[in-house]
Design a protein around this ligand. Sequence first.
Ligand code: DGL
Length: 265
Amino acid sequence: MRLGLFDSGVGGFTVLKKVIELYPNNSFIYLADTARIPYGVKTTHEIIKIAEEISNWFSYQNIDAFLVACNTTNAIALDVIKRNLDVPVFDLIGSVASTIQESRVGVLATPSTVKTKAYTNAILQFKPKTFVIEQPCPEFVPMIELDNINSVEITDVAIRYLQPLLNQKIHSLILGCSHYPLISPLLTEVLPSSIKLIDPADALSFKLKLFMDSKASNYSKRQNLVDLKIYVTSNLKNFPDKAKHWLNVFPEVNLVSLQKKGWVS
Ligand code: DGL
């Protein structure tokens, strides 16, 4: 099976890593739209255009399933992606919403995701009495991309973002941007241990499992080899190191223009 994933940068690695661990004998295509990072402060119009271009590009990549490893695009333009791809599409927000058990839930997400209230609406569909509070975190993504994740600066930012949620006595905290699981050690450190951290990639991987199991006979076993191709829309030079740092793999990394037409896989 060939699985496609995308994000604005390294955030989707948190989804990719889980999926590679669960299904190592498959092929993976990861697109990082580095030319346009960060997505989380872009307008609805800009994100829809991005979703159109990305899903259009993936429609030429012979994928068997597509994973939306970016919450911002998930919140704003999931319908665009589903319309442009004729393979099963697995998303983070829809996957995790039905699994929430706690009655007071916090969500950390990008400003563009928070504006849509997509997390609140999705959770309330399943548990209408849940109290959900969403916190925009504009400073996290640029810091995480620079690997500035162990500093006093990011700790202070985290404490500032978490305070309104702690004031509301949340029981669990959804990491509603795929970059944020990369700082879960820091978040665990500054949060009371009673608060459960939820990475939506777990729920997505679980949903994907049902699909993968149904196709199990169609894929063959390869040992100790991750078949991963990465594409970036800029900064080709830095990305192999980022992949090595976060995923401990040495994939082929290529530059792609999403505006060009007539791609081949
Ligand atoms: N990691 C993405 C998300 O889950 C995008 C973050 C960004 O580029 O601002 O929202």
